[in-house]
Ligand binder design. Structure first.
Ligand SMILES: NC(=O)c1ccc[n+]([C@@H]2O[C@H](COP(=O)([O-])OP(=O)(O)OC[C@H]3O[C@@H](n4cnc5c(N)ncnc54)[C@H](OP(=O)(O)O)[C@@H]3O)[C@@H](O)[C@H]2O)c1
Length: 273
């Protein structure tokens, strides 16, 4: 049984690959840049671009399950090739698909739901812990974190937990046609996160709360696109309720407690030093 993982070089995809390998699965990883994929040796790395479905034929050949991303990282827009990819996947003999939900239903989700594939949506309604890497530069250089609305609450999730859920779904049964809302194990504000980072690094950190205009200017300076700036600012100004509740699904599906932010920081400490 070969499982095709798209987005395999991404924050979430690398964990999906790792968890599948640990469970003994045969993994094929899709990337547009095989030479720089840097994936474990036992993984079969193949070229493919989801915006050009013809390049997917070889990658799909012989696979029986697939993790499918729904966005194109060139502009973070939904992939419009959903119907073609689903048709090729069905023809190739894929039976089961996990989808990393990006908040709205796009062409990939619509095509998968209209097909004969057994789909499962992995739906993190919360931030990925890896978003904290955006703080790394100012923590390293000044011991400071700058952000809008330090009180905004989030049950952020460790990407490895999305990986564990995906691997459990792809290798197990009983998950077809379900949407799994995934969260981390605790609700944290920016102040809570800074306390946890300070304790792990053994260094006092300062929080500077930005106004909306200051936050927009900071993101523009980092090259973030206007559409994304609007989304992030809107989110922090009025955090959605769904982001500040802890749900039990990670533990129910994987049998293990969801990983904490303290664990994520311990694993990624060197990036903040
Ligand atoms: N960050 C958050 O807080 C958060 C929260 C909830 C949901 N999400 C959702 O999570 C997703 C981001 O996941 P991530 O952080 O794991 O992604 P990521 O680290 O940005 O990685 C993107 C992956 O997608 C692949 N990719 C992009 N366009 C491709 C294309 N045209 N053809 C083939 N592969 C392509 C890239 O592969 P190559 O470059 O190797 O080809 C890479 O492996 C988004 O949909 C976002 O909405 C994020």
């Amino acid at each position: 049984m070969t499982i095709l993982v798209t987005g395999a070089t991404g924050n979430v995809g690398r964990h999906i690959v790792d968890q599948l390998i640990r469970s003994g699965a045969r993994v094929r990883a899709l990337t547009r840049n095989p030479a720089s994929a840097n994936l474990p040796q036992s993984v079969e790395v193949v070229y493919g671009d989801l915006t050009d479905p013809d390049t997917m034929v070889e990658a799909l050949h012989g696979a029986t399950a697939m993790h499918l991303i729904t966005f194109n990282s060139v502009d973070s827009a939904p992939l419009h090739t959903g119907p073609e990819i689903v048709e090729l996947a069905t023809k190739a003999g894929i039976r089961k698909v996990t989808l990393l939900w990006s908040g709205t239903k796009g062409p990939v989700e619509e095509a998968v739901e209209a097909s004969s594939l057994e789909w499962t949506h992995l739906q993190p309604d919360v931030e990925f812990m890896s978003n904290t890497l955006a703080w790394a530069d100012s923590i390293r250089s000044e011991g400071v974190v700058r952000q809008l609305n330090g009180q905004a609450l989030n049950a952020m999730i460790h990407e490895a937990d999305i990986g564990s859920v995906a691997a459990t779904v792809l290798l197990g049964e009983g998950h077809a046609f379900k949407s799994y809302s995934l969260t981390g194990p605790e609700v944290l504000s920016a102040y809570d996160k800074i306390r946890i980072i300070s304790s792990e690094l053994g260094r006092d950190l300062r929080f500077i709360e930005l106004s909306e205009e200051e936050e927009r200017a900071r993101m523009r300076q980092s090259g973030v696109q206007e559409e994304m700036i609007d989304y992030v600012v809107g989110w922090y100004a009025n955090p959605p309720k769904a982001a500040s509740r802890v749900l039990p699904l990670v533990e129910e599906i994987t049998g293990l407690p969801a990983r904490t932010f303290a664990q994520w920081i311990a694993e990624n400490k060197t990036k903040f030093l």
